[in-house]
Design a protein around this ligand. Structure first.
Ligand code: NDP
Length: 314
């Protein structure tokens, strides 16, 4: 290992230990704003980080709706948690299928009346190691960005008013940083527009991803100034991060008692199917910042990107 790599690996190890310690400190009654009536929906929760987020939220005493695009797989995953004594319900949900999203929304409304927490975890990535194929770019952008947006739009009207505020947590990535040192879009004028709340809009984000997909189709994306690593995935997560900033700003106008907070986080490089089990942190650790964000007693935090329970500059 080179000196620089060694240093960052030591730093990560230290932070992992700090977080393990933090996790042993129970929430006080004063911090615990939730109860078993508090309802958290987790997408793509049949495996990986999503399953762990569902397990940890249920472990904190909330009711968790474990969703899975495959009904049978979801039922099996939920059974594991139910047999552990957790309050877990299960429902089919494909975030790309309008019918599935609307059927799920109807079911939640009828059975529970509303939602308090939404964790947008479902996502895809088809590149491993130094691979950067655009073969699945459309699917990656659609699932990670448009699927997440579908869920945000479907769940906001169901979010229950409360003093603590409802919460949306998007499992995103530091690869989708707007001003990342190593991985960012090169077009400075576009970066400027995207970083300014006066000019940031849903249309601007949609246009950015459409331009990217058009270039993929025309096979001109290599000279388009897009992030170099896992390009399709980085663009999709950049769109998620920006959409969260935009939504946080729009939702900030809601009255006290009806607030909704929305944040993103990067779980790190995680040992799950997505990385071919080659990550350097466990799903248990990777779920931590998402759960911490969903339960934050300090409710004013919104429109931010986190990793390891710390804010990252977008
Ligand atoms: P996994 O591949 O293990 O799990 C992904 C989950 O998303 C699966 O449950 C999958 O369902 C589900 N999913 C995919 N497409 C859809 C869809 N259209 N509708 C509903 N569910 C869907 O990956 P991880 O647990 O590693 O990833 C979880 C999240 O973390 C993703 O958003 C990912 O981008 C993010 N992340 C992961 C990193 C890592 O190193 N692993 C790093 C940074 C971010 P099914 O089982 O049916 O395929």
């Amino acid at each position: 290992m080179t000196g620089k790599k060694e240093k960052s690996s030591e730093k990560r190890e230290k932070r992992l230990q700090e977080i393990s310690l933090l996790r042993t400190i129970p929430y006080s009654d004063h911090q615990r704003w939730w109860s078993e009536e508090t309802l958290a929906v987790v997408t793509g929760a049949n495996r990986g980080i999503g399953f762990e987020i569902a397990r940890q939220l249920a472990g904190h005493g909330l009711t968790v709706i474990l969703t899975s695009r495959d009904t049978g797989v979801g039922i099996e995953a939920a059974k594991v948690l139910q047999e552990g004594g957790f309050n877990v319900d299960v429902h089919q949900l494909n975030i790309l299928d309008d019918e599935s999203v609307s059927e799920f929304t109807k079911w939640i409304k009828e059975k529970y009346g509303g939602v308090d927490i939404l964790v947008n975890n479902a996502g895809v990535n088809y590149n491993l190691g130094s691979g950067n194929s655009m073969e699945y770019a459309k699917q990656v952008i659609e699932t990670n960005y448009y699927g997440t947006k579908n869920m945000v739009k479907a769940m906001i009207p169901l979010m229950r008013p409360s003093a603590a505020g409802a919460r949306i947590v998007n499992v995103s990535s530091r690869l989708g940083k707007l001003n990342g040192r190593r991985s960012r879009i090169e077009d400075e004028a576009l970066r400027e527009k995207l970083s300014n709340l006066e000019t940031l809009s849903e249309e601007l984000i949609d246009n950015m991803v459409s331009t990217f997909l058009q270039q993929v189709e025309d096979n001109t994306w290599q000279s388009g100034g897009w992030p170099q690593k896992f390009t399709d995935y980085a663009v999709s997560k950049l769109a998620v991060n920006l959409y969260s900033v935009l939504m946080a700003n729009q939702l900030a106008g809601r009255p006290e008692g009806g607030k909704i907070y929305i944040n993103c986080y990067c779980p790190g490089w995680v040992k799950t199917a997505m990385t071919g089990w080659s990550g350097n942190v466990s799903a248990e650790h990777a779920a931590d910042t998402g759960v911490w964000l969903a339960l934050l007693p300090n409710k004013e935090v919104t429109g931010k990107l986190f990793a390891e329970r710390r804010e990252l500059k977008l």
